[in-house]
Ligand binder design. Structure first.
Ligand code: F3S
Length: 80
């Protein structure tokens, strides 16, 4: 399985990923992208139908902000 996550520190709000894969990417009020199906938590595997669109966005993001992995991404939790 393949999991996806947007590194929001690397995103420059170019808008390309949503143009290429509107079902997969959403934006906050500043245009910073997030992975839509799991609210950018990297916890939900891509479905087979989503793979093609995901790959396009992944390859074309100008800053490499879209990341992928074969394991779920670890949840980011604040330190106490
Ligand atoms: Fe950001 Fe890359 Fe999408 S810069 S808006 S994650 S194509």
């Amino acid at each position: 399985p393949l999991y996806a996550h947007v590194d929001q520190d690397a995103c420059i709000a170019c808008g390309l990923c949503q143009m290429l894969a509107p079902a997969l990417f959403d934006y906050d009020e500043n245009g910073i992208a997030s992975y839509r199906p799991d609210h950018n938590t990297g916890s939900l595997a891509l479905s087979a139908q989503q793979l093609q669109a995901f790959k396009l966005a992944y390859q074309r993001c100008p800053t490499g902000a879209i990341t992928r992995g074969q394991q779920p991404f670890a949840p980011t939790r604040p330190h106490a």
